[in-house]
Design a protein around this ligand. Structure first.
Ligand SMILES: Cc1ncc(COP(=O)(O)O)c(C=O)c1O
Length: 462
């Protein structure tokens, strides 16, 4: 195997050479950007230059760009009941998210689980704007406060581009706010914060050829105020995000953004033609391409070939030199955790069909077909349950025979570690969640059952 074709671009894209050079130069520079001396001011200059470049990528004002540690932090910060606008000083008591959001949005930010509602999507993987409008009208009729709504600009698995403008128009008529997770869109297709109608938007550097671990939350207007920052303690990022900035990462992000602006049009065309070539080849078999009838990102193709197991195909493709995936890289890798995921899963997965997500790239033009694939969640083994022995309770030690003794602490810890395991090494050290009392996942109220709603919830396959 001489050449590898890396096609997991929606999970993370290779670093652009411009980003690498900018980072190397920044790493060689000493100085805290908050210091007033020459070194500090030089580091500050790198950050402000990057801010301008990212603002230019999405048509925002540089002062409205706040750097974060990535898309996840951007989403977590945005989804806060404490957001304030001149029209809405009291914050928000309701969050509406679409059924196809990334895990970092589905977590609900700082909203309580009961405050989160779900907007369905159609069988093409497009957010159902009709259902959103009906729900907004209903809330208005009930005299409820306007909601904060979060809709992704394009889905990371299907590449389907979402009707953000239409959603923004509906939300703004009721006084609500729209947050857009643009992690998969920024740098791949033109996306302008003002033109889209988004009030807040999240971008992630590593999706557009920048480094991992850096991103930005961008406001459309300066009047939007984050009353309760996620990270507090320092005055960085105008007090909205405390902590010394990741200067090298931010410099790399800025350089990647500038490079994306310059190459986006040509790369988009090339990617589209590669994707179409791949899909026309696939059409020879009984393959289903997800979201084919919808507008999609030029670099992404998600398809299923019934009867083919994704695990087997993934391994074979990997051995043949193709890095492909069958789902979001952010889903927990452990089969147990995956099987618990509430993420809507294409029906084909449960039929043990092969699902490939292909994400073609911009800078290293793939000469052959490039795919990315991750196996679907294996079926849970149905093993006969071992009968639990009733605890033997000694009357001498306990006052009541009805109360079983607590299970040993060690066992509970192991269970928690297993539940959160999500990588090859993650079993070694339990993440903080495993040590704290478990907080329930947000119970998301679906609004698909509201009267007059025609579209079915999205299951991936038409
Ligand atoms: C749509 C979307 N939003 C958010 C994220 C999270 O971004 P990050 O990895 O920078 O935290 C991802 C990453 O996969 C994504 O695809």
């Amino acid at each position: 195997m001489s050449e590898r074709a890396y096609l997991d671009w929606n999970a993370t894209a290779p670093l652009r050479p411009e980003a690498r050079s900018a980072m190397m130069a920044a790493l060689d520079q000493v100085g805290n950007p908050s210091s007033v001396h020459h070194e500090g001011r030089s580091a500050r200059h790198l950050i402000e230059q990057a801010r301008e470049r990212i603002a230019a990528l999405v048509g925002a004002e540089p002062r409205n760009v706040m750097f974060t540690s990535g898309g996840t932090e951007g989403n977590m910060t945005a989804l806060s009941p404490a957001l304030e606008t001149p029209q809405n000083r009291g914050g928000f008591d309701r969050l509406m998210i679409s059924a196809i959001e990334h895990a970092s949005v589905r977590a609900g930010g700082s909203f309580a689980p009961g405050q989160v509602e779900e907007i369905p999507a159609t069988s093409d993987g497009v957010v159902d704007i009709g259902a959103l409008e009906r729900r907004l009208v209903e809330l208005q009729r009930q005299g409820a406060r306007p909601p904060l709504v979060s809709i992704m600009a394009a889905n990371n698995e299907t590449g389907v581009i979402q009707p953000v403008e239409a959603a923004a128009a509906a939300i703004h008529t009721t006084g609500g706010l729209l947050h857009v997770d643009a992690a998969q869109v920024a740098g791949r297709i033109p996306f302008d914060i003002s033109g889209s109608g988004a009030d807040l938007m999240t971008v992630s550097a590593h999706k557009l050829g920048g480094p991992q671990g850096v991103g930005a939350l961008i406001k459309q207007s300066e009047t939007l105020h984050l009353a309760q920052p996620l990270l507090r303690g320092g005055g960085q990022e105008r007090g909205a995000r405390a902590g010394t900035e990741n200067v090298a990462g931010i410099a790399g992000f800025g350089a990647a953004a500038a490079s994306a602006i310059a190459t986006m049009a040509a790369d988009g065309e090339r990617m589209r033609s590669l994707r179409d070539r791949l899909e026309s080849g696939l059409a020879a078999g009984p393959t289903v391409v997800f979201g084919r009838n919808a507008e999609r990102l030029p670099n992404t193709s998600l398809f299923a070939a019934p009867g083919l197991r994704a695990e087997t195909a993934l391994i074979n493709l990997d051995l043949a030199g193709f890095a492909v995936s069958s789902g979001s890289a952010c889903s927990p890798a452990s089969p147990r955790a995956r099987s618990r995921s509430r993420r809507p899963r294409p029906r084909a997965w449960t039929q043990r069909a092969l699902v490939h997500r292909c994400a073609t790239s911009w800078s290293r033009a793939p000469r052959r077909l490039r795919l990315q694939c991750r196996p679907p969640a294996p079926r849970r083994q149905l093993r006969p349950k071992a009968r639990r022995r009733r605890p033997e309770v000694s009357l001498a030690n306990r006052t009541s025979t009805k109360t079983p003794p607590p299970s040993p602490r060690k066992n509970r810890r192991c269970a928690a570690v297993r539940r959160f395991a999500c990588g090859p090494h993650s079993h070694a050290v339990p993440p903080p969640e495993a040590r704290r009392p478990r907080v329930g996942r947000p119970r998301i109220r679906r609004i698909s059952a509201y009267p007059g709603q025609s579209a079915k919830p999205w299951h991936g396959l038409p």
